[in-house]
Design a protein around this ligand. Sequence first.
Ligand code: CMX
Length: 435
Amino acid sequence: MERLKEHFQSKIEPAAKEVKDFIAEYGDEKISEVKIRQLYGGMRGVPALITETSKLDPAEGIRFRGYSIPELQEKLPAYPGGNEPLPEGIFYLMLFNELPDDDTVRRVSNNWMRRANIPPHVFKVIDALPMHTHPMTQFVTGIMALRTESEFQKAYRKGINKKDYWQPTYDDAMNLIARLPRLAAYIYRRMYHNGDHIEPDSSLDWAGNFAHMLGFPGEEFRELLRLYMTIHSDHEGGNVSGHTIHLVGSALSDVYQSFAAGMNGLAGPLHGLANQEVIRWTLAMRDELGGGLPSKELIANYVKDTLNNGQVIPGFGHAVLRKTDPRYTAQREFAQKHMPHDELFQIISRIYEVVPPILKDLGKVKNPWPNVDAHSGQLLMHYGLTQYDFYTVLFGVSRSLGTLSSLIWDRALGMPIERPGSTTTALLKEQYAKK
Ligand code: CMX
């Protein structure tokens, strides 16, 4: 067994015992009461899941195994000569609940590099899709085509003992994470660079190599991608993609099936697709208002027109957060450091000033502040990654780190099939309207 896997194995028994003892002692405690409004309201605020990798605080934002983004920027290893955290590090932290050192992240990088080979049929499946197929659809198709490699599927057919489910799940998760950058880069180069593909560079880290395969050789873009892959990696368990991956995985669907399902959720415009919508909306606004940096008044009028047309302002609002997303702030700081005079950055900054008061005035929007998607596109545009239909694929590659760490833990702890109850309006009325 490889060293990383062995290390994970050593964590299972104590974690399982901790959970078992905790349930034995406190299993009958009530942690919340659910109101009827919450049943109709997308289950907001109903604590219904255990996800160990990260926790979202409405007022403070995301913490990964207890660490905030600024703390991680300080504590996680960076690439030699770089400043931004390496995604290998946040993956290690989420999976092992330990901060890694430089040697450890290098071991994760090397491990993924060894696993990164994609069988040729996957590329053929993607090539069979019409070129106008949305990149997220190509991405999900590629993930499903990779399922031929599922170790879990093979082991299950051979009659694997349920105690060992975590083992092929671990291998499937590590293999898929290792392969996603190649798959994503293949889709990008196929669609936007006439299929002129770039071979991996095994001397680079996971995100650096991803930048290289996309066709962006500069060190600054690699740093951006390291930051991007780190901050998009997880957002506790209840978001649509994270929850879907956990839910589908609970039926013992393998890593490929579960992750593909979650990626279809990420591809919705209220979730991850918002990152492409932000740039589409912003560029349309800029062009309609005559180009350049529009005045605050003109932006405000455009925002109100969008709202009057019954559309949302992409990149603003959140189901849990009630402040500016720290992932937005991390990206804003990157822009301030590397491209303070970029015109699109000026526009994004002005939108940040204009939109929140307008959303607040609507009276119904619970969080008028920007989320992660309000900034990511501007940074990518700056370095020439202008094909915004592709942006959600980048988000998806990153999301594998947290969600698949969780899925490995789900199998290691023997989490059961998920099956919440449902009821009907008639039954609720019968029970409560009488009171
Ligand atoms: N623009 C306009 N209206 C908005 C809004 C926005 N950015 N955010 C919320 N609202 C509206 C909702 O549509 C809802 O209106 P109705 O009552 O008429 O249906 C009302 O305000 C209340 O919604 P809420 O409780 O504040 O927000 P929800 O928890 O229901 O939804 C979210 C959260 C993110 C879907 C919503 O804020 C939104 O649509 N934002 C724009 C899309 C976006 O940026 N999504 C990305 C989120 C981050 C991610 O997952 O990547």
